[in-house]
Ligand binder design. Structure first.
Ligand SMILES: Nc1nc2c(ncn2[C@@H]2O[C@H](COP(=O)(O)OP(=O)(O)O)[C@@H](O)[C@H]2O)c(=O)[nH]1
Ligand SMILES: [Mg+2]
Length: 439
């Protein structure tokens, strides 16, 4: 069952000279956030407000107009893209005859769905509890039931509310204690990450930059049996095949959000904790967005804070939505690509343009630190050849009478096996680095 949602973005007239984030951009973002938790967005409207009404945030006429629309279009949920007090939320629910969720509540839902590490999940729950503590009645229990969120609260009776408050308080204390111990264990968790048999490539970027579209596009091409495993565990992690047969897990992360409520900052960082462990980070930018440069700056600042100090080594910058640029802008980008070595890759997740180059760039980045080896095999060694295709990247292959000459790129943990299995491989010096001394 889908939830039909109407997104309402109130803009205060006195704030409207905020040139960077115009009403259209804000509305797009809010609708994107709603879609991120699988709401069916029936409409997204901007409203201009001359002042905030204490009882309902927006004015009476607007409340009535929305109520009429809720009724006519069978809307289940109104997303108010603003901070609502608990009383305003309740009053609006009554007036609209639907559930109401505010910006903080919406973002919490997204984080709750995306938190992957123990610390991330705890931070999100903590933020959620603090947010709820001030609210007498759970206003949005439907979503929680649907997806098993934090729905631990009982009915809305007054004594129940008191009990709930006490329970929330106790739970907050417990979670804070647990967080401390999780932070202490963090080092251990990271060590166990290396048990994952594939390198991890994380997509990061602002919400609406096109991360999920790119994720789907990159992963839908090769549907593999191994995917099923990841698909059931987590729909935002899937295996991709790289041009030379290498594989990696692609991970779609929670998006950056402009004007993130300050109460949610710790939860957001913890949700991105996984990025720290990624082997390659693809920073997806919406190059057609007016605010593109400021957004990129925000993303880079957070990556720095997360401790991705080796940004230049691990991050691939990608300019998405080039199909939306006019011919002149595209030509300028193409020229930059041709001249600068480290120029960001221009792509379109929608049309698929540039994705082959992106895959090659991911593969190149993963291969840094992987030596290339030249091997000679007996032409009859079909099993050996098969093993190499499975466990290494075969960069080139030459068939000579009774022998095969191969150049392969090898993960560090496979070097010893290859040396044992295939006599005396020769490492090929690569211009960017020297091969390990013992090869
Ligand atoms: N024109 C165009 N639209 C795109 C492109 N990539 C994504 N979009 C659109 O941008 C919106 C947000 O995309 P989504 O993948 O959900 O962004 P995310 O929030 O970063 O995951 C959707 O409406 C997409 O259809 C692209 O390359 N070109
Ligand atoms: Mg997304």
């Amino acid at each position: 069952m889908t939830t039909r949602a109407l997104v309402v973005c109130p803009n205060l007239v006195r704030d409207s000279n905020d040139a960077l984030r115009g009403p259209d951009a804000r509305r797009e973002e809010a609708a994107g956030l709603a879609r991120a938790i699988d709401l069916e967005v029936v409409g997204a409207d901007s409203l201009s407000l001359s002042e905030i009404r204490p009882a309902t945030f927006i004015g009476k006429g607007k409340v009535e107009a929305i109520a009429a629309r809720v009724k006519a279009e069978a809307i289940d949920l109104v997303v108010m893209d603003c901070p609502l007090s608990p009383a305003q939320q309740r009053n609006l629910e009554k007036a609209f005859g639907s559930k109401v969720i505010d910006r903080t509540g919406l973002i919490l839902e997204i984080f709750g769905e995306r938190a992957r590490t123990a610390e991330g999940a705890l931070q999100v729950e903590l933020a959620h509890l603090k947010y709820q503590r001030s609210r007498l009645v759970r206003s949005w229990t439907h979503l929680e039931r649907q997806r098993g969120g934090f729905g631990f609260l009982g009915g809305p009776g007054e004594t129940q509310i008191e009990t709930d408050r006490r329970l929330i308080g106790e739970r907050i204390v417990r979670i804070e204690r647990e967080l401390e111990s999780v932070k202490r264990r963090r080092g251990l968790q990271r060590a166990s990450r290396s048990a994952v048999p594939y390198p991890i490539v994380a997509l990061v970027g602002y919400t609406n930059a096109g991360k999920s579209t790119l994720f789907n596009r990159l992963t839908s091409a090769d549907v593999m049996a191994a995917d099923m495993l990841f698909a059931t565990l987590d729909p935002t992690m899937r295996l991709i095949k790289l041009p030379h047969g290498g594989q990696a897990i692609l991970s779609d992360t929670v998006g950056f959000i402009s004007d993130l409520p300050t109460t949610l900052i710790s939860a957001f960082r913890a949700t991105l904790e996984e990025v720290r462990a990624a082997d390659v980070i693809v920073h997806v930018r919406d190059i057609s967005h007016l605010d593109s440069d400021a957004q990129a700056h925000d993303v880079e600042a957070i990556l720095d804070e997360l401790g991705v100090a080796d940004r230049a080594d691990r991050v691939i910058e990608v300019l998405n939505k080039i199909d939306r640029l006019d011919a002149g802008a595209r030509a300028a980008l193409a020229e930059r690509q041709g001249t600068a070595e480290a120029a960001p890759l221009a792509i379109s997740a929608t049309t698929g343009e540039g994705l082959d180059r992106l895959k090659a760039a991911i593969e190149d980045r993963l291969a840094r630190g992987r030596p290339e080896m030249e091997l000679t095999l007996d032409a009859s060694d079909g099993q050996g050849l098969h093993w190499l295709y499975e466990h290494a990247e075969v960069m080139s292959r030459r068939d000579e009478d009774d022998r095969l000459r191969l150049t392969v790129r090898v993960a560090p943990d496979q070097i010893e096996r290859i040396k044992r299995r295939f006599a005396l491989p020769r490492a090929v010096a690569r211009p960017s680095e020297s091969p390990p001394a013992d090869l």
